[in-house]
Write a protein that binds this ligand. Sequence first.
Ligand code: SF4
Length: 232
Amino acid sequence: MKIEGIQKLTLLDFPGRVACTVFTPGCDFRCPFCHNADVVLYGEGAYPEEALFSFLQTRKGKLTGVAITGGEPLMNEDMLRFVSRIRELGFAVKLDTNGSYPERLKELVRGGLVDYVAVDVKNCREKYAATGGLDEAAAAALMPKVCESIDFLMTKPVDFEFRTTVVKELHEDDDFRRIGEWLAGDEKFFLQAFKDSGNILSPGLSAHSKEDMERFADILRPYIPKIALRGV
Ligand code: SF4
């Protein structure tokens, strides 16, 4: 399993749990606002798996969850075995994904191996190429997979969230109407304000104002009842 590194404690990454975070290298997207540019572009996965499991052994009873993020974790063919090993130690697992590996997602969920899935909905379907940093051909190839993951989660096989990182240069009012139409029937959705971590893929982006974020939430509410803002 390729692991880029770990964060030993997080109270934010896994809702309702005291967790650690595991970062996996590489991604099939190139979102301009990505705040893990080094992990996506240059990650080699050199952190030893055994070091992670030695750490987890010492945290039994202290941490209750492991959040797996990237990069895109599901790029790893080894994910099923890896997550199974974490579960054997008694930890709950949260998975972050861009949705481009629906078969691996289904395998994990149907196997009862993950407790919470967070999917980044980059934008309305029409703007996935620009928002995901993809050329049109790559976006056309990935979109059916993203849609398959979203459709699968909409059947509620596991607790999940959809969320969008909102960037002034990439998102405007009408995008949220289209996202609402796309995801109508979903129960909760998070709008996350863009923040420049200093390690983003395309520097120079900016955040919308609080008023803009509240207006986007209002646009989504007729379609999805529970809209929450993060980082505003
Ligand atoms: S923000 Fe985009 S580029 Fe960065 S890890 Fe997520 S999907 Fe990949």
